[in-house]
Write a protein that binds this ligand. Sequence first.
Ligand SMILES: NC(=O)c1ccc[n+]([C@@H]2O[C@H](COP(=O)([O-])OP(=O)(O)OC[C@H]3O[C@@H](n4cnc5c(N)ncnc54)[C@H](OP(=O)(O)O)[C@@H]3O)[C@@H](O)[C@H]2O)c1
Length: 300
Amino acid sequence: MRALQFSEYGSPEVLTWGDAPLPHAGPGEIRITVRAASVNPIDWKILSGAMSGGQRLAGTGYLGSDAAGVVDEVGEGVSGVSVGDEVFGRGQNTQAEGAVLNAWAVKPSSIDWAVAAAAGVTGETSERGLRLLDVKSGETIFIDGGAGGVGAVGVQMAVARGARVIASSSEANHGYLREIGAIPVLYGEGVGGRVRAAAGGQVDAVFDVAGKTPVEELVSLVSEPSQVVSIANFAAGQAGARVTGGGAESRPMEALAEVGELLAENKLVIKVQTFPFERAAEAYRISQDGHVRGKLVLIP
Ligand SMILES: NC(=O)c1ccc[n+]([C@@H]2O[C@H](COP(=O)([O-])OP(=O)(O)OC[C@H]3O[C@@H](n4cnc5c(N)ncnc54)[C@H](OP(=O)(O)O)[C@@H]3O)[C@@H](O)[C@H]2O)c1
């Protein structure tokens, strides 16, 4: 099979699309023939070497944390899914023709491969954030960074829970935020005041998916600092906010099942821009620029 790969840390130019060993599904895993795999910011962070702790790259590096495709191998202890099923989910090294998933859900037949691929990391992360914040019907949540991958899915999952959602973006994305059910505010200096004006006071919860606003400003929007959850500002804990990176807080199978239902009911719509794998570097550069609307997806 072929996979996106690199033999030295660097910018997207070091990526190549070439031969790689086909992985196998271990216990509790499935393997898919990949039809689409999304680009997440973690991919270019890994590629740059920023996540390596200063270590040199050992061997070949592979990338990708989610994908959609057709099951072609089922690992030990896995039930409820068979070879030939169409699924989407989370895994490792998914930017390849074949990839192993460790959490998945059935792909709704009405949903494009690229959209399903875009729902893995974003859906799991949004479900986790909204659950940690215990977002309920009638509450008001502020999502800082609402037009990107996680943000746009988080907005729609919060709306589906019956919450009133205020979300930040650049001016250019305000129409998009309205389309997906949020009240838009401009990010950057003074964002706290704009959120208060839109909410008519404080909000019940803040989901920080951008990590750009000073955490003290976000904490001032809620009655308890712990009602701020960040996925992108790892220093946010210093102000009493909660930081989540997944791990034990993650319930990926439940999250993906919910995401599958929302996709099937058109309550979750993900805007995607697709690229053939040969042009992955282009998609990585756009992601790195930090102003993605929706998701970037690679197609074999
Ligand atoms: N901890 C976890 O479990 C976890 C999981 C997934 C992702 N993440 C991290 O979360 C972050 C977001 O991921 P993503 O996939 O959603 O990224 P993305 O798709 O690249 O999102 C970029 C978005 O950020 C917005 N943005 C740029 N500057 C901003 C600012 N100053 N204030 C608020 N929003 C701003 C952009 O809006 P405009 O286009 O309007 O400028 C764009 O919509 C990344 O750092 C990623 O690594 C963490």
